[in-house]
Design a protein around this ligand. Structure first.
Ligand code: AMP
Length: 249
């Protein structure tokens, strides 16, 4: 069974993001970039399925600039077998990525696509759902457990009220939540091995996909600065303030 995993290159989660001076977006020049954390969980999930004998081949896909190759090499070092970069300098919105992934699914015929529930840069939480809709495949989002058996996936999902378990028929799209697993550390020998694995580069045009943005970003601004706090002498004064100012009690 082939498993496809989508990995996005994003600003590293430890970096404090800065908005560009012209408010057109977030500064990415000279900023540390890494694999989207939810996608690391997706790669780890795929590797565990392969280790358990349920998956035979793992293909990592990234869409974006040439440097996404580094993200793909990380996926290969975690345990993916080969990688595909859909290279473009264009701004990619979730629908465009979903269309590119659909084209790759049509080419590769995977039984399962595992991707992050959201990218930490745009927080869209859309690509997996759009891909499932475009392919007409079932989807299970926010997965915290995946079990495969007899052409179906039993997926535990994290929902507001607790955990929901669904059974979906393969081929399907699954998006990962934080508690699905803890990705392994990438070891040096595996980084070396990953350098020898195949990494194919395609252009969106070769897949027949128009990636032009559908939405225009009007403005990106920093969150408002927090006002300075005040010190209160004792619990009585704190309660007083909460009663009269915060109106929470
Ligand atoms: P989003 O809908 O943008 O929040 O992204 C959800 C998931 O879609 C991510 O966690 C990735 O698995 C996948 N994805 C989004 N953008 C890309 C991209 N440019 N390349 C590869 N995968 C992507």
């Amino acid at each position: 069974m082939k498993v496809l995993v989508a990995v996005k290159r994003v600003v590293d989660f430890n970096v404090k993001v800065r908005v560009k001076a012209d408010n057109s977006g977030v500064e990415t020049a000279n900023v540390k970039m890494s694999m989207n954390p939810f996608d690391e969980i997706a790669v780890e999930a795929a590797v565990r399925l392969k280790e358990a004998g349920s998956a035979t081949e793992i293909i990592a896909i990234s869409c974006g600039v040439a440097q996404c190759q580094e993200t793909l090499r990380t996926a290969l070092a975690i345990g993916a077998d080969r990688a595909i970069l859909v290279e473009t300098a264009a701004e990619l919105q979730p629908l465009a990525v979903a269309k590119l992934l659909r084209a790759i699914c049509q080419k590769e015929s995977p039984q399962l696509v595992i991707m992050g529930k959201q990218a930490i840069d745009d927080d869209s939480n859309q690509t997996g759902q759009m891909l499932a809709a475009l392919l007409g495949w079932p989807q299970a989002t926010f997965a915290s457990k995946i079990e495969l058996a007899e052409g179906r996936a039993k997926v535990t999902r994290e929902v507001d009220g607790g955990l929901e378990t669904v059974s979906i028929k393969l081929p399907a799209v699954i998006t990962t939540d934080l508690r699905l697993n803890e990705p392994r550390y990438v070891t040096l020998p595996n980084i070396m091995k990953a350098k020898k694995k195949a990494l194919e580069t395609l252009k969106p045009e070769a897949l027949g996909v128009d990636v032009s943005p559908r939405l225009a970003t009007l403005k990106v601004v920093e969150p408002p600065k927090r006002k300075a706090g005040v010190k209160v002498p004792d619990a009585k004064a704190l309660l007083e303030k909460l009663r009269n100012e915060a109106k929470v009690l």
